[in-house]
Design a protein around this ligand. Structure first.
Ligand code: PXG
Length: 457
């Protein structure tokens, strides 16, 4: 069947009948149908009706080098010809996995000298959980099993990663979380800070980790996991006081610190890794998304020497792995993707040029009647929509203001993510200053349309 000859309506019908989409209501999809994306280049997508769409989300926070990179397709082709698949179980390996590991060790903070490969961020976080618990067992502290995570966190959709995630939406589907996972509040100052300054609230929020550890007993707590900036939880940018205090508390109680870098890694925050932006010294880091800019499914876990030394000295077999761990084509593409980032100085560009420019433009939105707060770090931007900005009054969730704004974006061929009433952009790191202006005009248009619809002026 040649799908190219099918009309959009036919494609939508086949799609909704046969394809169960992630995080989608299948009944609503049957009624309305999905937008069919057929092609992409740079920061733009095209749909099956030929419409050109500005993608301010880089796919799902992942296409860091932008779409249409010919060299990445070529590398994938060449590697498939040379060695399309081999595993690294049972004392075998291959050059792409080795070369990527070496490159990752070069760009990650000091002390990270080993990587474990997965196919996704979810698998990376499952790997983290197993590794952390194994570490404590090897140190003869098997009772240290609890992992503390945060409300609003998104760590993935496998059973363990969804349990680490902190939203009832993920848990109610099938009765999660699994045992020995506990959630504390996240440092959402604008929504929960009350009269405290951001710095005061950051400290208070971090200290809830201390209270939780005391309540559970430090002898039972294995690790704390957090995204440097919570992404899918609404782009929660922590106050400056937050991470240093979290670090201090983890060290005080001998608890491992895990940085989930699936969104914040690979230049997104203006450093190679989000932990560098916040001065965090993690024991393990989960990576995915920007590792290959989404051109191939690949993720991984970086393991600090502190942990690795124990796994090597006391461990024996590390009984964990996936058929496609270190897939040669995915590794080759990821390596080339990192080379593009290096050659085009994308991390510096985000830190010194486009990130500051995005921030400057975003701050102009603070005067908009619908905007309560804007948040930015690197090439991440959030706009929180409120009913009354002077009183910091939020809309009732039943009004679905964020969804309405997203619908306006959709109608105007613009992709911006709505998380409740927070609008989010996470564009390709290649986005130019001129393209930021182009994006900004669309943002402004969709905010104005939303404000009109809800009578906010
Ligand atoms: N950790 C973080 C911080 C993530 O954002 C994962 C882990 C899981 O990665 P995989 O590769 O298993 O999907 C993610 C994924 C959204 C959205 O709607 C965000 C993600 C995935 C899907 C949708 O914002 N993040």
């Amino acid at each position: 069947m040649n799908l190219e000859e099918k009309s959009t309506a036919e494609l939508q019908m086949l799609d909704s009948r046969h394809y169960l989409h992630p995080f989608t209501d299948p009944k609503a999809l049957l009624e309305k149908g999905a937008r069919v994306i057929t092609r992409a280049d740079g920061i733009y997508l095209w749909d099956s009706d030929g419409e050109k769409i500005l993608d301010a989300m880089a796919g799902l926070w992942c296409v860091n080098v932008g779409y249409g990179r010919e060299v990445l397709s070529r590398i994938a082709y060449e590697q498939s010809q040379e060695l399309p698949y081999y595993n690294s179980f049972f004392k075998t390996t291959h050059p792409p996995a080795i070369a990527l590991a070496k490159k990752l060790i070069e760009i990650t903070p000091e002390g990270f000298n080993q990587v474990f490969y997965t196919n996704s961020g979810s698998e990376a976080n499952d790997t983290v959980m197993r590794t952390v618990r194994r570490y404590w067992r090897l140190l003869e502290k098997p009772e240290k099993r609890i992992i503390i995570s945060r409300k609003g966190a998104y760590h993935g959709s496998t059973v363990a990663a969804a349990s680490l995630s902190g939203d009832s939406l993920y848990h109610e589907m099938d009765g999660l979380p699994i045992p020995d996972i506990v959630h504390i509040d996240c440092p959402y100052w604008y929504g929960k800070g009350g009269d405290l300054t951001p710095d005061e609230f950051g400290l208070k929020s971090a200290q809830s980790l201390d209270s939780k550890i005391k309540e559970l007993g430090p002898e039972k707590v294995a690790a704390f996991i957090g995204e440097p900036i919570q992404g899918a939880g609404g782009l929660i940018v922590p106050p400056d006081t937050y991470w240093p205090e979290i670090q201090r508390i983890c060290e005080k109680y001998g608890i491992l610190l895990i940085s989930d870098e699936v969104i914040c890694g690979f230049g997104r925050t203006g450093n190679w890794f989000g932990c560098e932006t916040y001065g965090i010294r993690p024991d393990l880091m989960s990576i995915a998304k920007g590792l290959s800019s989404g051109y191939m499914p690949i993720g991984g876990v970086l393991i600090h020497d502190r942990i690795m030394d124990v796994l090597i000295e006391k461990g024996g077999e590390y009984a964990h792995g996936f058929t496609y761990s270190g897939h040669p084509v995915a590794c080759a593409v990821a390596l080339e993707n990192i080379k593009i980032m290096e050659e085009e100085n994308l991390v510096d560009k985000v830190a010194n040029e486009t990130g500051p420019y995005l921030k400057k433009r975003w701050e102009e939105l603070e005067n908009h009647p619908l905007v309560g707060q804007v948040r930015n770090v690197g090439m991440l931007g959030a706009i929180e929509l409120v009913e009354n900005k002077d009183k910091r009054k939020f809309f009732s969730s039943s009004k679905k203001v964020g969804d309405t704004c997203r619908d306006f974006c959709f109608e105007n061929n613009f992709v911006m993510r709505a998380i409740h009433d927070t609008m989010i952009v996470s564009p390709a790191l290649t986005m130019t200053v001129e393209q930021i202006d182009e994006m900004f005009d669309l943002v402004k248009l969709c905010l104005d349309l939303t404000a009109d619809k809800f009578g906010i002026s």
